[in-house]
Design a protein around this ligand. Structure first.
Ligand SMILES: O=C(O)CCC(=O)C(=O)O
Length: 358
């Protein structure tokens, strides 16, 4: 679940998980001329891309890792010390990556899906297009009747202002105190959107009374296929909710558990898109030293059974051209009308995690 840097709590500075987060988190050294990212030792980070290459070449995997015997069309790797954890390097083709990056930016934040912006601005339609067209979101005047109708039951705002996109910041503004914000800034500050059954972050539970659309059929089919290696025999994964996390440089997802779903025998299917990241997979206690591993665009992680009880998080994403490893996406988004997607993904990472709730 989405968390912040201090999601681990006040007394967490000493836990093994927190130490690992601090080891890999992005810090800057202020040298004489310019701010430089502090060098970090990546020698202990598990690299499933190299593991796959060596498995394909020599049929070998390192100690502690094994290849799952399965009918899945790509090798699936597991860790001996973390039953229920599955890693599928390069599970998504380049075309699939392109498709889901496009959907994540242009469609998934569309109402009734909620985003982190709902609490302040209410539902925002067509954010991606508005950012592309340099629009501005402005607070508009409403009649008292309109305003009372806008009560936000989840975030408790008594009178929610209404915001609309405009070509210029001064149009449709209500007088001197008019508030406005660039759509491109909102897109850059997009941190999550929720699909299917909506998750209420304030209560840390699913709020089934909130309006929602079903998970899109194509995403459902993909998740069902990807979940197979982790499914109990004879059972089918039923995607009911998804959280889309958007990471920008310097963002991290603090160590947490995903424990709000009823049946932990069913996996969480977690898809990585865009810039490379480090994922930390801990144990059942924050005191258990976590395994660090790279997540690249197209990789898929499944967490089921015992692994559902393991702390995990993302302390770092890499956006520099060499480390981000997204060159293959440049060609996919090379047409002029795709440039806004490329521009966004060059400096960000997207994670789609799909869940069966009941
Ligand atoms: O970004 C990721 O790879 C992990 C996301 C996650 O753990 C979550 O949303 O609960």
């Amino acid at each position: 679940m989405y968390g912040s840097d201090n999601a681990a709590g006040d007394d967490s500075e000493r836990t093994a998980f927190r130490k690992a987060e601090k080891k890999y988190k992005l810090y800057y050294d202020n040298s004489k001329r310019k701010k430089q990212p502090r060098a970090v030792d990546l020698s202990e980070v598990i690299d499933f891309k190299s593991i796959l290459e060596s498995y394909n070449r020599k049929d070998e995997v390192p100690a502690g890792v094994f290849k799952l015997p399965s009918d899945f069309d790509k090798p699936v790797f597991c860790l001996e010390s973390r039953p229920g954890f599955y890693f599928i390097p390069g599970a998504l083709s380049v075309e699939e990556q392109r498709q889901w990056i496009t959907e994540s930016l242009a469609s998934f934040p569309q109402p009734p899906n909620r985003t982190n912006h709902n609490a302040i601005y209410g539902p925002i339609e067509n954010l991606f297009d508005a950012a592309k067209e340099n629009k501005v979101l402005v607070e508009v005047e409403q009649s008292p009747g309109d305003r009372l109708a806008e009560i936000d039951s989840v975030h408790g705002a008594q009178i929610a202002p209404l915001w609309k996109f405009s070509d210029e910041s001064n149009k449709s503004c209500r007088g001197d105190g008019c508030k406005s914000v660039l759509a491109s800034v909102l897109l850059r500050k997009l941190r999550w959107s929720t699909l299917g059954l909506q998750f209420d972050w304030s209560k840390r539970s699913y709020n089934i009374s909130l309006p929602h659309n079903k998970i899109p059929e194509a995403l459902c089919c993909l998740a069902k296929r990807l979940a197979e290696p982790a499914m109990p025999p004879g059972q089918e994964f039923l995607p009911e909710a998804a959280i889309v996390n958007y990471f920008a440089l310097g963002d991290m997802l603090g160590g947490h558990l995903d424990d709000m779903e009823k049946d932990w025998s069913k996996p969480i299917v977690s898809i990585s898109l865009g810039c490379k990241a480090i994922f930390l997979l801990g144990g059942k206690s924050r005191e258990d030293p976590p395994h660090a591993m790279f997540l690249r665009s197209g990789d898929v992680v499944l967490m089921a059974q015992e692994a559902r009880e393991c702390f995990h998080g993302v302390p770092r994403i890499f956006t520099d051209t060499e480390s981000a490893e997204i060159n293959h996406l440049e060609l996919q988004f090379s047409k002029e009308d795709c440039f806004p997607f490329l521009d966004n993904i060059r400096s960000s990472r997207i994670n789609i995690n799909i869940r069966q709730v009941f």
